[in-house]
Design a protein around this ligand. Sequence first.
Ligand SMILES: CC(C)(COP(=O)(O)OP(=O)(O)OC[C@H]1O[C@@H](n2cnc3c(N)ncnc32)[C@H](O)[C@@H]1OP(=O)(O)O)[C@@H](O)C(=O)NCCC(=O)NCCS
Length: 205
Amino acid sequence: MTTNDRQPATIAVRLLEAAADHDGRLVDHLAGLVNDVYAAAENGLWREGATRTTASELAELIRAEQIAVATLHGRLAGSVRVHDVADDASEFGMLVTAPDHRGAGVGRALVAFAEQHSRERGLRAIRLELLVPRAWRHPSKEFLKAWYGRIGYRPLRTASVDDAHPRLAPLLATPCDLAVYEKPLQTRGTLDEPPRDHPPAERPN
Ligand SMILES: CC(C)(COP(=O)(O)OP(=O)(O)OC[C@H]1O[C@@H](n2cnc3c(N)ncnc32)[C@H](O)[C@@H]1OP(=O)(O)O)[C@@H](O)C(=O)NCCC(=O)NCCS
């Protein structure tokens, strides 16, 4: 929850300029945020010592203009990576909201930004990869499956971690699959938008 529930949340999301890769404090702060959030959210999935990213990887992604950040009441509250994965599709990942800013709409705003950014560039769809343990249910992943279903993402395929991320696969502590989800990006004159009297059914997954 926000620390200031009396005021409406003012969330701003922006793509970082490539030159922000030189801002060591920002890069370190973001890398720390992503790693801390993922360490908690993916507890039990990784071997000890494995981290989601590094400052140098994040600097590289910023340079490639793939990192957007959200501020809430002027303070850095979260970030997301968005990049193209096909001629007609992008993917978002590394989605994080700082623990003290949860539940205020920051995650939703970051996903909406990734979608809009991709839509504006004419892409047909946006995807995400969800790392899920093969033999048990992880509470964070169950929450994400339900949420992504609510905001229009549908399962596309299941991918192997070994194939998709060979560097990461040996760091897993438990067998996992990558569930790939996709959402069509609406464009005028298509049937992507459902009729108003037939809203999409919720899919708890
Ligand atoms: C996923 C994550 C970014 C969401 O961030 P957030 O800023 O707290 O999310 P929002 O406030 O925008 O809410 C997103 C949805 O979660 C729901 N939600 C938020 N907090 C909740 C809570 N405590 N209990 C139940 N639902 C909650 C909201 O109602 C909203 O659903 P809606 O869009 O249907 O209304 C955040 O939980 C996080 O950093 N998780 C760990 C990292 C992670 O798993 N990333 C995704 C990897 S694919």
